[in-house]
Design a protein around this ligand. Structure first.
Ligand SMILES: Cc1ncc(COP(=O)(O)O)c(C=O)c1O
Length: 372
Protein backbone atom coordinates (compact mmCIF):
# COMPACT_ATOMS: atom_id res chain seq x y z
CA UNK A 1 0.00 0.00 0.00
CA UNK A 2 1.02 3.58 -0.61
CA UNK A 3 1.81 6.04 2.18
CA UNK A 4 -1.52 7.91 1.98
CA UNK A 5 -3.43 4.64 2.39
CA UNK A 6 -1.16 3.42 5.19
CA UNK A 7 -1.61 6.74 7.01
CA UNK A 8 -5.38 6.23 6.98
CA UNK A 9 -5.50 2.49 7.68
CA UNK A 10 -2.37 1.27 9.52
CA UNK A 11 -3.30 0.90 13.19
CA UNK A 12 -6.85 2.09 12.44
CA UNK A 13 -9.26 -0.84 12.74
CA UNK A 14 -12.99 -1.23 13.34
CA UNK A 15 -13.54 -1.88 17.05
CA UNK A 16 -14.53 -5.56 17.25
CA UNK A 17 -16.68 -5.02 20.38
CA UNK A 18 -18.88 -2.18 19.08
CA UNK A 19 -18.19 -1.61 15.39
CA UNK A 20 -16.91 1.89 16.19
CA UNK A 21 -15.07 3.24 13.15
CA UNK A 22 -12.96 5.63 15.25
CA UNK A 23 -11.12 3.63 17.89
CA UNK A 24 -12.28 3.88 21.51
CA UNK A 25 -9.74 4.98 24.14
CA UNK A 26 -8.92 2.10 26.47
CA UNK A 27 -8.28 3.74 29.83
CA UNK A 28 -8.25 0.51 31.83
CA UNK A 29 -4.84 -0.09 33.36
CA UNK A 30 -5.45 -3.82 33.75
CA UNK A 31 -6.97 -6.59 31.63
CA UNK A 32 -8.90 -9.73 32.57
CA UNK A 33 -7.08 -13.01 32.79
CA UNK A 34 -8.72 -16.22 31.56
CA UNK A 35 -9.87 -18.94 34.00
CA UNK A 36 -6.93 -21.03 32.82
CA UNK A 37 -4.49 -18.23 33.81
CA UNK A 38 -3.80 -17.12 30.26
CA UNK A 39 -4.35 -13.65 28.77
CA UNK A 40 -6.62 -14.55 25.84
CA UNK A 41 -6.82 -10.99 24.42
CA UNK A 42 -3.08 -10.39 24.64
CA UNK A 43 -3.14 -7.54 27.20
CA UNK A 44 -2.06 -7.78 30.85
CA UNK A 45 -1.23 -4.33 32.24
CA UNK A 46 -1.11 -1.03 30.40
CA UNK A 47 2.56 -0.18 31.06
CA UNK A 48 3.47 -3.37 29.20
CA UNK A 49 0.97 -2.90 26.38
CA UNK A 50 -2.30 -1.10 25.72
CA UNK A 51 -4.58 -1.37 22.66
CA UNK A 52 -4.17 2.32 21.77
CA UNK A 53 -0.39 2.10 22.05
CA UNK A 54 -0.28 -1.11 20.00
CA UNK A 55 -2.32 0.63 17.30
CA UNK A 56 0.05 3.63 17.26
CA UNK A 57 3.13 1.41 17.15
CA UNK A 58 1.69 -0.56 14.25
CA UNK A 59 1.04 2.70 12.43
CA UNK A 60 4.55 4.11 13.09
CA UNK A 61 6.22 0.92 11.85
CA UNK A 62 4.07 0.93 8.70
CA UNK A 63 4.69 4.62 7.95
CA UNK A 64 8.47 4.24 8.09
CA UNK A 65 8.53 0.77 6.52
CA UNK A 66 10.10 -0.74 9.66
CA UNK A 67 9.67 -4.15 11.28
CA UNK A 68 8.68 -2.87 14.72
CA UNK A 69 8.06 0.32 16.68
CA UNK A 70 7.88 1.46 20.29
CA UNK A 71 5.94 4.56 21.38
CA UNK A 72 7.13 6.88 24.15
CA UNK A 73 5.90 9.75 26.28
CA UNK A 74 8.10 12.25 24.37
CA UNK A 75 10.62 12.38 21.56
CA UNK A 76 13.31 12.78 24.20
CA UNK A 77 12.13 9.62 26.00
CA UNK A 78 12.51 7.75 22.70
CA UNK A 79 16.05 9.14 22.31
CA UNK A 80 16.87 8.29 25.92
CA UNK A 81 15.68 4.72 25.49
CA UNK A 82 17.81 4.21 22.40
CA UNK A 83 20.85 5.48 24.31
CA UNK A 84 20.00 3.29 27.31
CA UNK A 85 19.97 0.27 25.01
CA UNK A 86 23.69 0.86 24.49
CA UNK A 87 26.20 -0.08 27.19
CA UNK A 88 28.54 2.03 29.33
CA UNK A 89 31.84 2.33 27.45
CA UNK A 90 30.13 2.46 24.06
CA UNK A 91 30.92 5.36 21.78
CA UNK A 92 28.39 7.50 19.92
CA UNK A 93 28.98 9.94 17.06
CA UNK A 94 26.45 12.78 16.93
CA UNK A 95 26.12 16.00 14.94
CA UNK A 96 27.66 19.05 16.57
CA UNK A 97 24.39 20.87 15.83
CA UNK A 98 22.12 18.04 17.04
CA UNK A 99 18.81 19.09 18.67
CA UNK A 100 19.94 20.76 21.90
CA UNK A 101 17.84 18.41 24.06
CA UNK A 102 19.64 15.40 22.54
CA UNK A 103 23.03 17.08 23.10
CA UNK A 104 22.06 17.71 26.72
CA UNK A 105 21.05 14.06 27.21
CA UNK A 106 24.38 12.91 25.78
CA UNK A 107 26.46 15.38 27.80
CA UNK A 108 24.64 15.60 31.11
CA UNK A 109 22.86 12.24 31.49
CA UNK A 110 24.77 9.67 29.46
CA UNK A 111 28.38 10.89 29.80
CA UNK A 112 28.30 10.31 33.60
CA UNK A 113 26.70 6.90 32.86
CA UNK A 114 29.71 5.95 30.73
CA UNK A 115 28.62 6.68 27.18
CA UNK A 116 31.24 8.57 25.20
CA UNK A 117 30.19 10.96 22.46
CA UNK A 118 32.07 12.69 19.67
CA UNK A 119 30.24 15.67 18.21
CA UNK A 120 31.17 16.18 14.55
CA UNK A 121 30.03 18.12 11.52
CA UNK A 122 27.66 15.50 10.03
CA UNK A 123 27.84 17.22 6.64
CA UNK A 124 31.52 16.21 6.40
CA UNK A 125 31.95 12.42 5.94
CA UNK A 126 35.71 12.77 6.55
CA UNK A 127 35.07 14.09 10.07
CA UNK A 128 32.69 11.21 10.80
CA UNK A 129 35.21 8.61 9.59
CA UNK A 130 37.95 10.19 11.70
CA UNK A 131 35.76 10.04 14.81
CA UNK A 132 35.10 6.27 14.49
CA UNK A 133 36.62 4.15 17.28
CA UNK A 134 36.60 0.40 17.91
CA UNK A 135 33.89 1.04 20.51
CA UNK A 136 31.61 3.08 18.22
CA UNK A 137 28.14 1.55 18.41
CA UNK A 138 25.91 4.31 17.10
CA UNK A 139 26.02 7.17 14.61
CA UNK A 140 23.21 9.64 15.13
CA UNK A 141 22.03 11.67 12.18
CA UNK A 142 19.50 14.47 12.32
CA UNK A 143 18.68 15.99 8.97
CA UNK A 144 17.59 18.69 8.32
CA UNK A 145 19.26 19.81 11.55
CA UNK A 146 17.80 22.07 14.19
CA UNK A 147 17.98 25.09 13.80
CA UNK A 148 20.54 25.57 10.99
CA UNK A 149 18.88 23.17 8.53
CA UNK A 150 22.16 21.45 7.69
CA UNK A 151 21.77 18.42 5.46
CA UNK A 152 23.59 15.17 6.19
CA UNK A 153 23.81 12.43 3.56
CA UNK A 154 21.95 9.55 5.27
CA UNK A 155 23.19 6.91 2.81
CA UNK A 156 26.81 7.99 3.29
CA UNK A 157 26.51 8.14 7.09
CA UNK A 158 24.86 4.70 7.15
CA UNK A 159 27.71 3.26 5.08
CA UNK A 160 30.26 4.69 7.51
CA UNK A 161 28.28 3.26 10.45
CA UNK A 162 28.04 -0.18 8.89
CA UNK A 163 31.73 -0.26 7.95
CA UNK A 164 32.39 0.38 11.66
CA UNK A 165 29.89 -2.36 12.65
CA UNK A 166 27.79 0.34 14.28
CA UNK A 167 24.12 1.28 13.93
CA UNK A 168 22.84 4.38 12.19
CA UNK A 169 19.90 6.13 13.87
CA UNK A 170 18.08 8.97 12.14
CA UNK A 171 15.96 11.58 13.88
CA UNK A 172 13.30 11.99 11.19
CA UNK A 173 11.12 14.41 13.17
CA UNK A 174 11.53 17.36 10.84
CA UNK A 175 11.21 15.54 7.52
CA UNK A 176 8.65 12.87 8.50
CA UNK A 177 8.23 9.65 6.48
CA UNK A 178 6.35 11.68 3.89
CA UNK A 179 9.44 13.63 2.83
CA UNK A 180 12.34 11.37 3.78
CA UNK A 181 12.75 7.56 3.92
CA UNK A 182 15.77 6.81 6.17
CA UNK A 183 15.42 2.99 6.05
CA UNK A 184 15.57 3.04 2.25
CA UNK A 185 18.79 5.08 2.58
CA UNK A 186 20.39 2.56 4.95
CA UNK A 187 19.47 3.73 8.49
CA UNK A 188 18.78 1.03 11.09
CA UNK A 189 16.66 3.01 13.53
CA UNK A 190 14.39 6.04 13.25
CA UNK A 191 13.44 8.38 16.06
CA UNK A 192 10.48 10.75 16.08
CA UNK A 193 9.15 13.44 18.32
CA UNK A 194 5.52 12.64 17.44
CA UNK A 195 4.85 15.89 19.34
CA UNK A 196 5.59 17.64 16.03
CA UNK A 197 4.26 16.80 12.55
CA UNK A 198 2.93 13.32 13.26
CA UNK A 199 0.61 14.56 16.00
CA UNK A 200 0.33 17.69 13.90
CA UNK A 201 -1.98 19.78 16.06
CA UNK A 202 0.24 21.03 18.90
CA UNK A 203 -1.82 19.19 21.51
CA UNK A 204 0.16 16.07 22.41
CA UNK A 205 3.68 15.16 23.54
CA UNK A 206 5.02 11.86 22.26
CA UNK A 207 7.87 9.91 20.75
CA UNK A 208 8.46 6.92 18.55
CA UNK A 209 11.38 4.60 17.90
CA UNK A 210 11.13 2.47 14.79
CA UNK A 211 13.46 -0.42 13.99
CA UNK A 212 14.28 -1.76 10.57
CA UNK A 213 14.72 -5.24 12.09
CA UNK A 214 12.84 -6.75 15.02
CA UNK A 215 16.09 -8.11 16.44
CA UNK A 216 17.85 -8.41 19.79
CA UNK A 217 18.64 -4.68 19.89
CA UNK A 218 14.96 -3.80 19.41
CA UNK A 219 14.06 -6.28 22.16
CA UNK A 220 16.37 -4.32 24.51
CA UNK A 221 14.50 -1.16 23.51
CA UNK A 222 11.16 -2.88 24.14
CA UNK A 223 12.39 -4.11 27.51
CA UNK A 224 13.49 -0.60 28.60
CA UNK A 225 10.17 0.83 27.36
CA UNK A 226 7.99 -1.64 29.25
CA UNK A 227 10.17 -1.92 32.37
CA UNK A 228 10.80 1.81 32.69
CA UNK A 229 7.34 2.92 31.62
CA UNK A 230 8.16 6.17 29.77
CA UNK A 231 5.08 5.43 27.69
CA UNK A 232 2.35 7.70 26.31
CA UNK A 233 -1.11 7.48 27.86
CA UNK A 234 -3.90 5.84 25.82
CA UNK A 235 -5.35 9.30 25.05
CA UNK A 236 -1.97 10.57 23.84
CA UNK A 237 -1.62 7.53 21.57
CA UNK A 238 -5.12 8.19 20.28
CA UNK A 239 -4.28 11.85 19.57
CA UNK A 240 -1.11 11.04 17.61
CA UNK A 241 -2.98 8.40 15.63
CA UNK A 242 -5.76 10.90 14.98
CA UNK A 243 -3.18 13.26 13.44
CA UNK A 244 -1.52 10.78 11.09
CA UNK A 245 -4.14 10.32 8.30
CA UNK A 246 -3.71 13.93 7.17
CA UNK A 247 0.12 13.88 7.38
CA UNK A 248 0.72 13.10 3.67
CA UNK A 249 -1.47 16.10 2.78
CA UNK A 250 -0.16 18.47 5.46
CA UNK A 251 3.55 18.03 4.64
CA UNK A 252 3.38 19.32 1.04
CA UNK A 253 1.39 22.32 2.36
CA UNK A 254 4.04 23.12 5.00
CA UNK A 255 6.80 22.64 2.45
CA UNK A 256 5.28 24.73 -0.34
CA UNK A 257 4.58 27.57 2.11
CA UNK A 258 8.12 27.34 3.52
CA UNK A 259 9.69 27.58 0.07
CA UNK A 260 7.70 30.73 -0.67
CA UNK A 261 8.61 32.31 2.68
CA UNK A 262 12.29 31.34 2.29
CA UNK A 263 12.39 32.81 -1.22
CA UNK A 264 10.84 36.04 0.04
CA UNK A 265 13.31 36.29 2.95
CA UNK A 266 16.30 35.52 0.74
CA UNK A 267 15.49 38.62 -1.35
CA UNK A 268 14.86 40.93 1.61
CA UNK A 269 17.47 43.68 2.14
CA UNK A 270 17.39 43.44 5.97
CA UNK A 271 18.00 39.68 6.01
CA UNK A 272 21.59 38.49 6.32
CA UNK A 273 21.11 34.76 5.60
CA UNK A 274 18.33 32.22 5.08
CA UNK A 275 18.77 28.57 5.99
CA UNK A 276 16.40 26.44 3.93
CA UNK A 277 17.49 23.40 1.88
CA UNK A 278 14.92 24.21 -0.80
CA UNK A 279 16.95 27.26 -1.86
CA UNK A 280 19.47 26.51 -4.62
CA UNK A 281 22.24 28.40 -2.79
CA UNK A 282 21.87 26.25 0.38
CA UNK A 283 25.02 24.09 0.75
CA UNK A 284 22.88 20.96 1.30
CA UNK A 285 20.50 21.63 -1.59
CA UNK A 286 21.85 18.92 -3.87
CA UNK A 287 21.75 16.16 -1.21
CA UNK A 288 18.35 17.34 0.03
CA UNK A 289 16.93 17.21 -3.50
CA UNK A 290 18.18 13.63 -3.74
CA UNK A 291 17.11 12.30 -0.35
CA UNK A 292 13.99 14.37 0.37
CA UNK A 293 10.76 14.54 -1.59
CA UNK A 294 10.39 18.20 -0.59
CA UNK A 295 12.52 20.40 1.71
CA UNK A 296 10.00 20.59 4.56
CA UNK A 297 8.26 23.21 6.66
CA UNK A 298 11.13 24.46 8.86
CA UNK A 299 13.52 27.29 8.12
CA UNK A 300 15.62 29.84 9.93
CA UNK A 301 17.02 33.21 9.00
CA UNK A 302 19.48 35.74 10.36
CA UNK A 303 18.58 39.40 10.44
CA UNK A 304 21.03 42.25 9.93
CA UNK A 305 21.55 44.10 13.21
CA UNK A 306 22.08 41.32 15.77
CA UNK A 307 20.11 39.99 18.71
CA UNK A 308 18.22 43.19 19.50
CA UNK A 309 16.96 43.47 15.93
CA UNK A 310 15.92 39.77 15.94
CA UNK A 311 13.81 40.38 19.06
CA UNK A 312 12.30 43.48 17.47
CA UNK A 313 11.23 41.51 14.40
CA UNK A 314 9.74 38.72 16.53
CA UNK A 315 7.89 41.32 18.61
CA UNK A 316 6.13 42.74 15.54
CA UNK A 317 4.60 39.62 13.98
CA UNK A 318 0.81 39.27 14.00
CA UNK A 319 0.05 36.03 12.15
CA UNK A 320 3.08 34.11 13.48
CA UNK A 321 3.03 33.24 17.17
CA UNK A 322 6.16 33.68 19.31
CA UNK A 323 6.58 30.16 20.68
CA UNK A 324 8.89 27.18 20.61
CA UNK A 325 8.11 23.81 18.98
CA UNK A 326 6.98 23.04 15.45
CA UNK A 327 4.81 20.90 13.25
CA UNK A 328 1.36 22.34 13.99
CA UNK A 329 -1.05 24.10 11.66
CA UNK A 330 -0.10 27.52 13.06
CA UNK A 331 3.15 29.27 12.13
CA UNK A 332 5.61 29.90 14.96
CA UNK A 333 8.62 32.20 15.28
CA UNK A 334 11.35 31.74 17.83
CA UNK A 335 14.59 33.41 18.90
CA UNK A 336 16.38 30.11 19.11
CA UNK A 337 19.63 31.00 20.93
CA UNK A 338 17.78 32.28 24.00
CA UNK A 339 15.77 29.06 24.20
CA UNK A 340 18.81 26.81 23.87
CA UNK A 341 20.64 28.37 26.82
CA UNK A 342 24.24 29.42 27.49
CA UNK A 343 25.88 26.50 25.61
CA UNK A 344 24.14 27.40 22.37
CA UNK A 345 26.08 27.58 19.10
CA UNK A 346 23.12 29.23 17.38
CA UNK A 347 23.79 32.75 16.06
CA UNK A 348 22.22 35.47 18.20
CA UNK A 349 20.50 37.12 15.23
CA UNK A 350 18.73 33.91 14.15
CA UNK A 351 14.98 33.42 14.12
CA UNK A 352 13.55 29.96 13.53
CA UNK A 353 10.23 29.56 11.75
CA UNK A 354 7.86 26.63 11.85
CA UNK A 355 5.79 27.32 8.77
CA UNK A 356 2.15 26.36 9.23
CA UNK A 357 -0.78 25.83 6.94
CA UNK A 358 -2.01 29.42 6.64
CA UNK A 359 -1.95 31.07 3.20
CA UNK A 360 1.67 31.79 2.23
CA UNK A 361 0.79 35.37 1.20
CA UNK A 362 -0.43 36.16 4.73
CA UNK A 363 2.77 34.77 6.21
CA UNK A 364 4.91 36.78 3.79
CA UNK A 365 2.93 39.98 4.42
CA UNK A 366 3.31 39.46 8.16
CA UNK A 367 7.08 39.04 7.92
CA UNK A 368 7.33 41.98 5.50
CA UNK A 369 5.67 44.35 7.98
CA UNK A 370 7.72 42.91 10.89
CA UNK A 371 10.99 43.42 9.00
CA UNK A 372 10.14 47.01 8.05
C1 LIG B 1 14.51 17.11 15.97
C2 LIG B 1 13.92 16.90 17.34
N1 LIG B 1 14.10 15.71 17.96
C3 LIG B 1 13.60 15.49 19.19
C4 LIG B 1 12.89 16.45 19.87
C5 LIG B 1 12.38 16.16 21.25
O1 LIG B 1 11.00 15.97 21.27
P1 LIG B 1 10.13 16.14 22.61
O2 LIG B 1 10.02 17.60 22.88
O3 LIG B 1 8.82 15.46 22.29
O4 LIG B 1 10.85 15.45 23.71
C6 LIG B 1 12.68 17.69 19.25
C7 LIG B 1 11.94 18.76 19.95
O5 LIG B 1 11.87 19.88 19.53
C8 LIG B 1 13.21 17.92 17.96
O6 LIG B 1 13.05 19.10 17.32
Amino acid sequence: MRLETLAVHAGHAIDPATGAVTAPIHLSTTFERGADGSYPRGYIYTRTANPNRSALEKCLAALEGGAAAAAFSSGSAATMTLLQALAPGDHVIAPVDVYHGTARLLREVFAPWGLETSFVDMTDPGQIEQAVRTTTRLIWVETPSNPLLKIADIARVSDIAHAAKALCACDNTWATPVLQRPFELGADLIVHATTKYLGGHGDVLGGGLIAKRDDGFFQRIRNIQTSGGAVPSPFECWLVLRGVPTLPYRMPGHSENALRVATFLSQHPTVEAVHYPGLKEHPGHEIASRQMKQPGGMLSFQVKGGRKRAFEVAAKVKVFTRATSLGGAESLIEHRASVEGPETRTPDNLLRLSIGLEHADDLIEDLAQALT
